[in-house]
Design a protein around this ligand. Structure first.
Ligand code: AMP
Ligand code: MG
Length: 438
């Protein structure tokens, strides 16, 4: 079969003269490819989001305390505010009897000083009145068995249970740094700092284009059932990975292996911050993505990385009105799309979203069985973890064929085996990039 000419309705398009891809591969190392990708990544502009929906965004500026918290010395217990010197030596057999003068609750003013051999009944969070330096928990008292007097039965709380003003924060103190990823815990800190509109970086919008004549989405699943088509598993998967990375995915749908259709879909992605194409990235004659991108003025950065799976991954820039759009072209095999997204696209999206942490956590584990990685490539093996973090072993999620999808559901991490290593014995140490908590 002859080559497919490109007709984009643009400048005259040279007839493609070879069926198979003729671009020479760059064969970068993983590290160099990642460096090139990250060189092009900078945080997007700032916006405000309501505190209640700020989890997952990255702060676009430092958050500094504007108030003193707690604002006053306050009680850590329900009990009696006393002077330590009045209760020293108290025990069940020799209790200290103190006169209860009044009560103070959270929200009350502290009131007058606590005098010698006096006690003030106090609730957790209530201001500790002047003069008192201790709160005796109610369990260590007779809880005023006789009206007006409390018997202290233990002196272990002498000089305890007073939370000092400013212990939590003081004005001017840095609470959260720019680039911090807001967690449920940090929303508590932001609320405590009086922030209700949170300054964050805008998350990247990402258009996804899946390609292949053989692919069907949910509306064409009858063909898959009939055994005549392949389900588009990468589109939904990459959309979910983008969302997990903090980005905003739009699936443009499936384009057939047809230059016009590809070009039209790529045009639809003009407004997205990032374009991710999946499939059509390899050496075949239907692998038109690179050729169509070229026709649209694509500024190629690299194609092919010394890794497995995922070597046909590419990266570059498309000219768009007034800007350059970063374009990742991921290979179509599901495990290749998964791994190349994790290794290159995710850190890029994290940086665009302003997150200080762009990388997955890496831990050392031991192999549960021997492993072979014969090619001189960096391997990313899909693994599950057994045991605790400090003493985990990794086992393969199944066959590592790049065309397989089912093992991805069991994948908790990627074991990284460098290109100069070709065999590992059971119990050898390996680096694991954690993808999700086991
Ligand atoms: P390609 O990169 O287009 O050569 O595709 C490589 C392999 O991945 C082929 O077997 C495709 O059928 C398969 N593939 C491509 N895109 C997808 C997708 N979106 N979902 C599932 N499999 C795909
Ligand atoms: Mg294809």
């Amino acid at each position: 079969m002859g080559p497919r000419p490109l007709h984009l309705g643009l400048a005259p398009v040279p007839l493609v003269t070879r069926s198979f891809e003729s671009r020479s591969a760059d064969w970068l190392s993983v590290d160099e490819a990642l460096q090139r990708v990250m060189k092009g990544a900078a945080p997007l502009e700032a916006q405000n989001v309501p505190l209640s929906s700020s989890v997952g965004f990255a702060l676009s500026e430092d958050v500094v305390a504007g108030v003193t918290l707690p604002p006053w010395d306050n009680s850590a217990m329900d009990g009696y505010a006393v002077r330590a010197e009045d209760i020293r030596g108290a025990s069940v057999s020799s209790p200290a009897g103190l006169t209860v003068t009044r009560q103070v609750r959270a929200g009350d003013p502290p009131g007058p000083s606590v005098g010698k051999e006096e006690a003030v009944r106090i609730m957790t969070g209530a201001p500790v009145p002047p003069g008192a330096d201790s709160v005796v928990r109610v369990e260590d008292t007779d809880a005023e068995g006789e009206g007006g007097t409390v018997q202290i039965l233990n002196d272990r709380d002498a000089e305890h249970n007073v939370r000092p003003a400013g212990q939590d924060m003081r004005p001017g103190e840095l609470l959260l740094a720019r680039g911090h990823t807001v967690s449920p815990g940090s929303t508590g800190v932001l609320a405590a700092a009086g922030v209700d509109q949170v300054p964050v970086c805008r998350p990247a919008s990402v258009a996804i284009l899946t390609t292949g004549d053989e692919l069907r989405g949910p509306d064409g699943f009858a063909d898959v059932r009939a055994g005549t088509a392949i389900p588009d598993s990468n589109g939904p998967m990459v959309a979910a990975m983008i969302a997990e990375a903090g980005g905003l995915p739009t699936h443009l749908g499936i384009a057939g292996d047809d230059a016009e259709a590809l070009a039209a879909r790529i045009e639809e992605a003009a407004d997205a911050d990032v374009l991710v194409t999946i499939g059509g990235a390899s050496m075949g004659e239907a692998d038109l993505v690179k050729r169509v991108l070229d026709e649209l003025g694509y500024e190629h950065d690299f194609w092919r990385v010394r890794m497995r799976p995922g070597s046909p991954v590419g990266f570059g820039w498309l000219p768009r009105a007034g800007r350059r759009q970063p374009v990742f072209s991921l290979p179509g095999n599901p495990a290749s799309a998964f791994v190349t997204f994790e290794v290159f696209v995710r850190p890029f999206l994290r940086r665009l979203g302003g997150h200080t942490t762009t990388e997955r956590r890496k831990i050392m584990c031991r192999t549960a069985a021997p492993l072979r990685t014969p090619a001189s490539l960096t391997y990313f093996l899909r693994v599950a973890l057994d045991g605790s973090d400090s003493d985990a072993t990794v086992r393969l999620t199944g066959s590592q064929g790049s065309g397989l999808v089912s093992g991805l559901a069991r994948t908790e991490g990627l074991t990284i085996i460098e290109k100069d290593v070709s065999e590992l014995q059971e119990g050898d140490e390996v680096t694991v990039m954690l993808i999700r908590e086991p």
